[in-house]
Unconditional design. Structure first.
Length: 329
């Protein structure tokens, strides 16, 4: 049977997820080696281009207007300022630049036109441009594609069953519809989730099942661990266990062998040794730079020191396009 499958059953996913941890890591590491260059890690930079004041009620999110989290609301940034950040990220060695907006959905207005300009500008710098702007129509996805968007981030966050406990202002189906619109526009899909929301192992298994049985696997799957922010309903959630993170990453790697699996939010809580286990288990992408969207992240220099220590190097931009045919299919 091929390793690249979209017909996983929930039972199969459950069996992989529940494999004894060291066996699971070994299996994931073997799959990783077969399909990817294990010495490379993609370095992405995030920038919050419109911060806070969001109408949604995502229980984890410091940017939802209804929670008092101390996040300052900031209108959409100017294009020139964004391009300066992008250039700095590029100079520091980042190859993907992801712009996030605290929007429920994109509206067809001047702000969207400005985002299209930003996408165009960042693409011209030679960076892989990614956006995460909330829900999109098919036409909006096409406009972003025409402007040069490489990838769109839109997370499922958790299982369909648990979704309503975390977010009530939109549905799982709304999320899937946007993902479909992104695909149709020919933009690559970045879609993952969060652990530590209070979900069960069964919810994690179901989310991984949904991701790995989409018509095409997302090109990247961010695995976030909850950054519990004061003022959000989840502020007192217990810290996630590093072994759970490793288990999620390893299972994702086995289910979606060629996908970039991103060790995303929550890295500040992990030692270099713990992150090394995540890379061993198949993670091959990180967000670098001292801020995620609104919360802190390890300093760039610390990450580069970690790369040196572990013998990792940053992955070049647009590598898939350059190497079509060189990997096993
Ligand atoms: N508003 C858009 C949306 O929700 O799709 C884009 C920005 S939103 C902040 C992007 C993603 O960040 C969310 O889907 C969620 O997975 C992640 N995220 C937000 N707050 C987080 C937190 N406190 N800890 C971990 N991940 C978080
Ligand atoms: C993703 O999966 N994680 C990033 C990115 N996609 C947009 C966002 C993490 C946000 C963490 C909380 C914050 O900094 O506001
Ligand atoms: Fe708004 Fe996105 Fe935060 Fe939800 S995750 S509150 S949609 S910014």
């Amino acid at each position: 049977m091929s390793d690249i499958r979209n017909n996983w059953t929930t039972e199969e996913v459950q069996k992989i997820y529940n494999t004894a941890l060291l066996d699971l890591i070994y299996r994931a590491a073997t799959m990783h080696r077969k399909y990817n260059d294990t010495g490379e890690v993609q370095v992405c930079t995030l920038l919050s281009i419109k911060t806070g004041g969001c109408s949604e009620d995502c229980a984890y999110c410091p940017q939802a207007a209804r929670y008092n989290t101390g996040v300052n609301v900031q209108a959409l940034m100017k294009k020139e300022e964004v391009l300066e950040y992008a250039q700095k990220a590029k100079d520091a060695g980042s190859t993907r630049f992801c712009m996030g907006a605290a929007w429920r959905e994109v509206r067809d207005n001047r702000d969207f036109d400005r985002v299209l300009d930003m996408v165009h500008g960042v693409n011209e710098l030679g960076l892989e441009v990614c956006c995460t702007l909330g829900m999109l129509t098919e036409e909006q996805a096409q406009k972003l594609a025409q402007a040069g968007l490489y990838s769109y981030n839109h997370n499922l966050d958790t299982s369909e069953e648990y979704y309503g406990d975390i977010i009530t202002t939109r549905t799982y189906n709304d999320r899937l519809k946007t993902l479909d619109n992104v695909r149709k526009a020919g933009v690559t899909v970045c879609c993952g989730g969060i652990i530590g929301l209070g979900e069960t192992h069964a919810d994690r298994i179901k989310m991984l099942h949904t991701l790995s049985t989409l018509p095409e696997h997302p090109e990247s799957v961010p695995i976030n661990s909850l950054v519990a922010v004061k003022g959000t309903p989840l502020e007192n959630n217990p810290k996630t266990d590093v072994w759970d993170m490793v288990r999620m990453i390893a299972t994702a790697r086995i289910l979606m062998p060629k996908t970039m699996v991103r060790l995303s939010a929550g890295r500040l809580e992990l030692s270099v040794a713990e992150q090394a286990l995540c890379f061993m288990a198949g993670a091959n992408s990180i967000f670098a730079g001292e801020k995620l969207l609104t919360t802190p992240n390890p300093a760039f220099e610390e990450d580069m020191a970690m790369f040196d220590m572990l013998g990792l190097k940053p992955r070049e931009a647009f590598k898939n396009e350059k190497s079509i045919g060189t990997y096993l299919s």
